[in-house]
Design a protein around this ligand. Sequence first.
Ligand code: BGC
Length: 341
Amino acid sequence: MALKQQPYGHLPDGRKTDLYILTNVNDVEVSATNYGGIITSIKTPDQNGVFKNIVLGLGSFREYLKNDPYLGALVGRVSNRISNARFNLDGKTYKLAKNEGENHLHGGLVGFEKILWEVEVVDDQSISLSYVSPDGEEGYPGNLHVSVTYTLDNDNKLTLDFGAMTDQATPISFTSHGYFNLTGDPSKNIHDHQLKLNADSYTPTDQELIPTGAVDSVEDTPLDFREFKSIGKDIGQTKLGFDNNFVLNKSEGELALAAEVEEPQSGRRMNVYTSMPCIQLYTGNYLDNSLQSPEGIPFRKHCAFCLEPQHYPDAPNRPEFPSGILRPGKNYRAKIVYEFL
Ligand code: BGC
């Protein structure tokens, strides 16, 4: 087990960022920076023991300053969309920053992905990041204390442990926005990856990807991943690719297996576990070649997939969904575990 720390770059205002590199006994290596909590690389072996980076990452810190697709970043206070960038809570209307048409996406203009987090090194396998999101930030109520601990263990599990406390009621839904391509080669698309989701239902959306409020069965739809199916099999039946929220088959708060992925050529496999109620499958539909890997490979549409555990999207405006409101005095905890096999 080892943890290395190295200078990564400076923000335009001069604050310095670091890169933290966690390595376990199997030489699996996870690199993350305190800027946006971004996971910049995850190196795992294929079936012949060849290590490659299986997430989209950029070549230098400077390039992350324009990380529009949220590559590898922490997302919050509320991931996914809040319709019309507003919600009512306890009789009050809160107006949020609009950063996708009339809607609010992934926490707003300056979400968790653009924050320089405080760092506490826990031991040689974990780092902890913390941030106090002030009352009114991006329009949200309450001072929110957030922490995230990244732990890489010797069973090749990378665990993200989220904690939060607030002094006023506020919606929350954190996620980590890693883009995976288990071939380790982003010049290949992800169509051959086999995916299985532990989800019988999903939340249908309108044209702007705002949930209608329904929870429908995946049966007889391209979203039926209840048995292993290649991501490419039914992707042609979607508009741009997958960008859907699935409701997981589990009880509230239970840490359960949400997704299994297998890449046949490399033999790499990944499981995702979470305590959160939902997961977004997003197949990099808006990647447009404007960002590139350190080797110069442009990130194009469908060169990676995201599996983002989350709360129900637009929950603050959807009485049909569990509310996702954190209240003062409550200690919020949630987990995401990626297991590399
Ligand atoms: C969303 C996409 C969005 C993307 C931004 C995903 O989580 O589902 O609709 O475009 O994030 O990178």
